[in-house]
Structures are given as structure tokens and as C-alpha cells.
Write a protein that binds this ligand. Structure first.
Ligand code: NAP
Length: 676
């Protein structure tokens, strides 16, 4: 994928008031050179001064000014004809008439423009919205669509429970391979999203393989007490399948699971689902130019393989000496067993990530005592949850534009947080202050406060959103042990800090095999290379989706496709668009297979590494599941704004792919074969 053209230097005309460019300056600088001209020092420059000043910026620059400085920007542009190639005026204090700048492209961002509302307010509250518009203008890019590809279907959906997915009979494929165009592996958000989009375009020949007996991925697996999503519900759902009646700002795990089960029914995916079909091997058959997918319930042959196996699917259990000797029940947060009695029991919880922070308050409510083994303290910020009123739900159902406006507001609000992950001063400081203020407000005991204070920069690990985590830590039944679990002997758990606790139940909230996805060890590409070997020093892909040597394979929610600051669903949607465009291209040029070039994959990886280098994920002084432990590369997260990912994947870059075709018979040879 080539870089967008038009990398003009950006000249920001800064005045003396509030710094309008606190966000725009550093964020524009991630892709291009930024020069700041301080108008508060010398205003009203002469023609000569402007010529000198802007000539230093280069002979192709874009001048950006806010408010009253628009006048000066226009004057500088006119004074130095030829140097300035574009002009951006944010809420200029003009009377509505466009400035006289001849043929020069000018972007005027004024209040009332679609999506911008009050521009100065947007610049303060949702500045990424302004940034993306400017970047589209600078790069001559068409903004990628975030719109629904079908009107809301939720109102006509049958209620949950009408069809029991788990009871659906399975076809017996044990005797011969089933041939389909596409195999999708995994029936979570990504796999179902891909299935819905294929079905909506009329594709019928696909199956969705799922090792479990139900759909829903992480929202099926994680049923621990308190499980919920910390991304707003209206954003954590498909744009093409809106649900106007989410009950709360943040949805519970159960409600999200129901949403996905409903999606299967309303989109008629039941016939494509193959439940209890665990993938044992995926192998590219170079002679046949097809994938052979071997599952626990039979074999499939397909041209296209979409791997949507998730990044939080396989539990990670630490190697704790003596764990086998533990006399009571042991559970991982993602394999919760409701039948385990917790009331009145002494429960140990290992871990303090997002899962632990949700389940600890619930355990504290029922258990006799809870010991939390904390290897490192999380940052926690307040959780602004609330119920949606019936009126709001009705309005979102009746007026799709109101619903879309809400999604837009949520999306651009979340995008601002990437400036925190970029460590933009002011932004990261405000986030840190919010978290430490929350800690101070909720924990009185100085020693508990000290133990719960993180020793790394905020955002390095996922920031927890909770109002009841700290109160739970402070409750008399909970002990915060500020060190890892080191060993177990019968009922006694001993920490790295040498404290011992007698326990009845052990809960591991210790995360997932995110950096080494187990499906990679079962996937063999061209020349028999195993994906886990290709990824021996960490996952890598082109466009976060295709892997060199694995033709016609697309990985959703895989390398550098997760987010730490916005909804994973928008990333999945961008990837699905990219995959469908790739399939369309492959059909249009009538080739059997496409394989991304190693050069393109290397270039993309290089770009990811360069973008990631200064983010808090690599510089914040912590270990997290976002970073590969072998190479220390950021392999899980996309190190940029989500809109930048949408934009990046909005075009299928065929030039970066080699085509593979089955050997065709030469015409002379063909004509020598007698007709039957
Ligand atoms: P996680 O973020 O990987 O956290 C695992 C926790 O276990 C960490 O606190 C880790 O400590 C600790 N740990 C691992 N081995 C340990 C040991 N031997 N002794 C003591 N502690 C140990 O896993 P998670 O909480 O399941 O969350 C994973 C991801 O799922 C989240 O980042 C998020 O993306 C998603 N999630 C989201 C929500 C939500 O929306 N609210 C809820 C749950 C999960 P260190 O920090 O020291 O490594």
C-alpha cells in the first residue's frame, strides 16, 4: 500500500490565546513536517517576512489558521504566491464570503458544517474529527464511509430465544470434504460480521466454523460475574446492524452476546454455521490453489480462508508451582463455572486487569474473604454508565440520523484518546490526573493507596473504567497483596512477597494467549511454511490482514488490528471492507489466488514499528499483552487513530499483491485433445 500523496509541510499560525493546536500540532506531525509560526510575537508580517518564513517551510506547504488569524493566513498566502499550496481556515471570522485566493484549494471549517457542529467546541472536545477532515483535504482522500450499509433491522428482529442455536443439528462431514468458496473460522464479532457481509452481497457458498456450541466469541466465553464492555454499546456494535435499544451506555456481556445471537437469526446465518467444529489444521494446497481446513467434524476445501479466531480466545494460565496440589476449584475468568460455590468461601484472585477489576467487586459481595494477587497496579478512571430511557431508545429506532449522530459523537470522542497514547502533553496529563484523582477520592487508607498506585505511565496497559473496583479493595473482606502469586501448596497460596493465604477457590484473571495465537500453529501456507514459524518473532501482516506466503487468507482482528482507545468493531468492519474489495478484485481480474508481496508486508511492518516507537505502549515502562515478549514489538495494537486505519484500508491495493493462477493448457495442446 503506498503512502498517500501530497505530504506538504504544515504551517500552523498560532496566536496568543488558548492553544488551538495543542492537539493538531503533534497529531499532524505523525505523518508530515509541522512548522509553527507564532503570531503572538510579531503580528502582521510584511510580504518579505512571510516570503522568508514560508520559504523555509518548503515550496509546498499548507497554512492552517484558526479564528481571527485566518486574515493573516490569506495574506501570507497571497504574499507568497506559489509557496503555499493549500489553506485551511478553522472558524474564520469572515462574514461568510470565501476569501479571494484564486485557484488555491481552501478548506473552510465553519460551525454548522455537517458533522462539525460548533467548530470551536469540536476542536476542544472531539479534535480528531477536525484532524481527520484536514488530513483528508491534505491528501486528497475521500473520507471512508462509516455509514450503515443497510437500514436498521433491529426493530423487525425476532426476540432472543426464538431459535436455539446450540440445538441446531450438525451435518455429518466425516466421509468427504465439503467444498465451499469461503471458510470463516470463528463465530465471534469478526467471523459473524464477515458472514453477514458475505450473505448480504448474495454469497451463499460459505461456512462459519466454530469450536464451541454457540456463537459470540469472547462474549459467549466470558460469563464471570460483572462482565461488561467498557466501550459504549452504540459504538460496540456493527454500523450495518444498529441496535437502537441498548439498555445502557455500557452493555453487559450478556446483552452483547444476545446481540450477536440475534444477528445470526436476523441475517439468516444459521445455515452457514458449523458449531462444535474445532479447526485442527488449515493447509494451502499449492497444486489445487485451495485451502484444506480439517476440523473435528469434517473437512472443507475452499478458495478463501477468513481467520476470525479472536485475540482473546485462549486463556493464559501462569505456571505456578504446586497449582496441581490446590485442594479447591480453580477457574480462569474466561471459563467461569457458575456451579462453584463462592458464598462464604475464601477466594484468591490472580491478576488486576480489566477482567479482574470487574469480577473482584462481585466476589467481594459474596465471598467470606478475597485476596487479590497484584503483580502491577492498574490505572482506573470513573465509569460514566447510565441507562438509556425508553424515549431515547424510540428516537434511535425512529430516526436513524439521530442514531448515526450518536455513534459519530462516541467515535470522535473516543478518538481523542489516541493523543493520550501518543503522550501528547496536556492530554496524557489530564488522563493521569483523572485516574489518580479517582484513586484519591475512593481510597482513604494511605498504605492501600500506595499499593494501588501504578509505577508506569498511564495508558501503557489498558486503563480500567470502574466505580466499584477501589471501593471493593477498601472493603474489609478484601486483601490487596501487592505481589504475584508464587506457589501453591494444598490450600495455601504464597505470594512473591512471601505472604501466605489459606484459600478455598482460586480465580485466574490472567489474560489470554494474545501474542501467540494458537491457530497459527495449525496453519500451513505455500511451501508448507507454518504461520507460527513465519511469526516466530511476533505477528506481522500487510494491512493488518494478509500474510505473505498464505495466499487467499485474511486474518481479522489479528496483527496490529486491535485498539487500546476505541471500538474494536470499527476495526473489524474496516478489515471486512478490505477483504471484500480484495475478493472483488480477484474476481475482476479472474485469477485463482492473490498473495501479498514480502516487500509490502515489510514496508507495512516498518511503518507500524515507526508509529509505535513513541507511543505509551512501548515507552510507558510496563509489560502488556499488546507487546510481543520475544521481539518487544507492538504486535497487537494499531498505533494510530482508528479513522487512520479505516482510511488506510478503504482501498484494496492490488499493486502489492502477486497473482497466482493454475497452469492453463496451451491452446495447441488443448486442440489436440479429441472431443468426447
Ligand atoms: P490482562 O489484561 O492480560 O490482565 C492479566 C492480569 O493478570 C494482569 O494484571 C497481569 O499482571 C496478571 N497476571 C498474569 N500472570 C500473573 C501472575 N503469575 N501473578 C500475578 N498476576 C499475574 O487480561 P484481562 O484482564 O482478561 O483482559 C484482557 C483484555 O480483555 C483487556 O485488556 C481488554 O481488552 C479485554 N477486556 C475488556 C473488558 C471490558 O471491556 N471491560 C473486560 C475484560 C477484558 P501484569 O499486569 O503485571 O502483567
Amino acid at each position: 500500500m503506498t503512502q498517500p500523496s501530497g505530504r506538504a509541510t504544515v504551517v500552523l499560525l498560532r496566536g496568543s490565546g488558548d492553544d488551538d493546536f495543542a492537539f493538531l500540532g503533534p497529531t499532524l506531525a505523525r505523518n508530515r513536517r509541522v512548522v509553527i509560526v507564532d503570531l503572538s510575537v510579531t503580528s502582521k508580517r510584511s510580504s518579505d517576512e512571510w516570503t522568508r518564513e514560508l520559504a523555509e517551510a518548503g515550496d509546498d506547504c499548507c497554512v492552517i489558521a484558526v479564528g481571527a488569524h485566518a486574515d493573516e493566513a490569506v495574506r501570507a498566502t497571497l504574499d507568497t504566491r506559489g509557496v503555499v499550496s493549500r489553506l485551511v481556515l478553522i472558524e474564520p471570522e469572515f462574514d461568510g464570503t470565501a476569501p479571494e485566493t484564486g485557484a488555491l484549494p481552501v478548506l473552510v471549517l465553519a460551525s454548522g458544517e455537517p458533522g462539525l457542529g460548533d467548530v470551536r467546541g469540536t476542536l476542544r472536545e472531539r479534535p480528531a474529527r477536525i484532524l481527520s477532515t484536514i488530513e483528508d483535504f491534505l491528501d486528497d482522500a475521500k473520507p471512508p464511509s462509516r455509514r450503515s450499509s443497510r437500514p436498521p433491522a433491529a426493530v423487525s428482529r425476532p426476540p432472543v430465544g426464538d431459535v436455539d442455536l446450540q440445538a441446531r443439528p450438525l451435518r455429518d462431514h466425516s466421509t468427504s470434504a465439503v467444498e465451499v468458496d469461503t471458510v470463516i473460522v470463528g463465530a465471534g464479532f469478526a467471523g459473524l460480521g464477515a458472514g453477514i457481509r458475505l450473505a448480504r452481497r448474495g454469497d451463499k457458498s460459505f461456512v462459519i466454523l466454530e469450536r464451541a456450541g454457540d456463537v459470540g466469541g469472547t462474549w459467549r466465553d466470558n460469563t464471570y460475574p460483572g462482565v461488561a464492555c467498557d466501550i459504549p454499546s452504540h459504538l460496540y456494535s456493527f454500523s450495518f446492524l444498529p441496535k437502537p435499544d441498548w439498555s445502557n451506555f455500557f452493555a453487559s456481556g450478556r446483552e452483547i452476546h444476545d446481540y450477536l445471537r440475534d444477528a445470526v437469526r436476523s441475517e439468516g446465518l444459521e445455515g452457514h454455521l458449523r458449531l462444535r467444529s474445532e479447526v485442527l489444521e488449515m493447509r494451502w494446497l499449492a497444486d489445487e490453489l485451495r485451502w484444506r481446513v480439517t476440523t473435528s467434524s469434517g473437512e472443507y476445501l475452499c478458495r478463501t480462508l477468513i481467520v476470525a479466531a479472536g485475540r482473546l480466545s485462549d486463556a493464559r494460565m501462569p505456571d505456578v508451582p504446586g497449582l496441581d496440589s490446590f485442594a479447591g476449584p480453580v477457574m480462569h475468568s474466561s471459563t467461569w463455572d457458575d456451579s462453584v460455590e463462592l458464598r462464604g468461601r475464601r477466594v484468591g484472585v490472580v491478576g488486576t486487569g480489566a477482567s479482574a477489576a470487574q469480577l473482584i467487586p462481585r466476589l467481594a459481595d459474596v465471598a467470606a474473604s478475597v485476596v487479590v494477587f497484584q503483580r502491577s497496579a492498574p490505572y482506573v478512571v470513573p465509569r460514566p454508565d447510565r441507562e438509556y430511557t425508553l424515549d431515547e431508545q424510540r428516537r434511535f429506532a425512529d430516526d436513524p440520523s439521530a442514531h448515526e449522530a450518536l455513534r459519530d459523537e462516541l467515535f470522535w470522542g473516543a478518538e481523542t484518546a489516541f493523543a493520550e497514547r501518543m503522550r501528547v502533553p496536556g492530554f496524557i496529563d489530564r488522563l493521569r490526573d483523572r485516574a489518580l484523582g479517582h484513586l484519591e477520592a475512593q481510597l482513604d487508607d494511605p498504605s492501600l493507596r500506595a499499593a494501588a498506585t501504578p509505577d508506569y505511565e498511564i495508558g501503557c496497559k489498558r486503563v480500567i473504567i470502574s466505580n466499584d473496583y477501589y471501593p471493593a479493595l477498601a472493603s474489609p473482606s478484601v486483601t490487596l497483596e501487592p505481589s504475584a502469586l508464587r506457589s501453591i501448596s494444598d490450600r495455601v497460596a504464597t505470594s512473591a512477597g512471601c505472604a501466605s493465604f489459606e484459600l478455598d477457590v482460586l480465580v485466574f484473571a490472567t489474560g489470554f494467549e494474545s501474542t501467540r495465537p494458537p491457530f497459527a500453529a495449525r496453519t500451513y501456507g505455500a511451501d508448507g511454511i507454518r504461520l507460527s514459524d513465519a511469526w516466530a518473532d511476533g505477528m506481522r501482516a500487510h494491512a493488518s490482514t494478509t500474510v505473505h506466503g498464505f495466499p487467499n487468507m485474511f486474518v481479522l482482528d489479528g496483527p496490529n488490528a486491535s485498539l487500546g482507545h476505541n471500538s474494536a468493531v470499527v476495526m473489524i468492519e474496516a478489515q471486512i471492507d478490505y477483504v471484500l474489495a480484495a475478493l472483488d478484485h480477484r474476481d475482476a481480474v479472474s485469477v485463482d489466488a492473490i498473495d501479498v508481496s514480502l516487500e509490502a508486508q515489510d514496508a507495512y511492518t516498518h511503518e507500524i514499528d515507526a508509529k509505535a516507537a513513541s507511543t505509551v505502549w512501548l515507552t510507558g515502562g510496563c509489560d502488556s499483552w499488546y507487546v510481543d515478549e520475544r521481539s518487544r514489538r507492538l504486535t497487537l495494537l494499531w498505533p494510530d487513530f482508528a479513522y487512520a486505519f479505516q482510511r488506510r484500508l478503504s482501498r484494496f491495493d492490488a499493486e502489492n499483491y502477486a497473482v497466482i493462477e493454475a497452469p492453463r493448457m496451451a491452446p495447441a495442446l488443448q486442440s489436440s485433445i479429441p472431443s468426447p
